[in-house]
Design a protein around this ligand. Sequence first.
Ligand code: ZN
Length: 270
Amino acid sequence: MTLASMRPVHGFAIPVLLYHSVDDEPAVGQEPYTVTPKLFGEHVAAIADAGCTAMTISELVAGLRGDRPLPARPVAVTFDDTFANTQAAVERLREAGIPSTIYVQTNRIGLPDGPSVAALRELAAAGTEVGAHTVSHPYLESIPLADATQEIAESRSVLEQHMQRRIETFAYPHGAYDRHVRAAVIAAGFTSAVAVKNALSHPLDDPFAIARWTVMHDTSTERLALVLTGHGLPLAWRKERRRTRAARRARRLRRRVETLKRRSDDAGAP
Ligand SMILES: [Zn+2]
C-alpha cells in the first residue's frame, strides 16, 4: 500500500513527536536520539505538508479537555532536555508555521550545551511553550517520593522565575512515572504531562501522561509521514504496559540489591 492511498485516521490518532538533539555531531550517549539538521529539515517539510494542525501541548490538552475545539488532525512537536541547538530547531519549525513545546531540565540552563535564560525567553516570546523536565533528570518512580516531588516542584518554580510566566506542562524524564509521581505532578500545579509510550495519542488519552513517539537518528521522513497520517504505531494504552512495569520492578530490585551489597560491604569492612 502506498502512503498516498492510506486514509488518515481523522479525529482519533494524535501524533505527538519527541525530538532531542538536532546536530551534526551528537554528544556522547546522545547518538541514537540526535537527528542531523539535514534530516530535521526534511522532517519539518513533511510535518508542514501533512495537512495536520500543529499545536503546543497546552493547546492540545485544552482541546482534549473540551475547552477549545480540537482540529480534525492535531499534531504536536516536542523537544526534551533542551540543548543549545534546540533554539535553532524550534525556529526552523516556526518558520514553517509549526509551533512546538520544549521541556527543560533546569540544571542544564546556562551550561555550554544547554539553553540560556535569554534563549528560553526569546523562544517563549515567539510562541514556543516551555515546560518543565525536572532539575536533574532522575527516574522519578525509582527515587523516594519526597525527592521526586522536590524535583518536580523545583523545576517548575525555577522556570517560572526565569520566564516570568506560568509553566503548565511537565515531561517525565525517560518517560518513567507511576501513580504517585503522576499525582505529584498534578499537586505541583501542572495542567498536563507528557510520557513516551512510543504510541499515538488520542482524544481519550491521559492528559497527565500523553503518549509521545521518539524520533530517532534514523527515523526516515517516509516513516514520519506515515505516523503523521495516524498509522504505523499503536494507539496509547490507558494503563501502563507490562514492559514498563517490569522495567520498574527490575530497577527497584537492582537498587535493593545495591543497598544490601553496600550494607554487607560496610559490615565486612575492617
Ligand atoms: Zn529527558
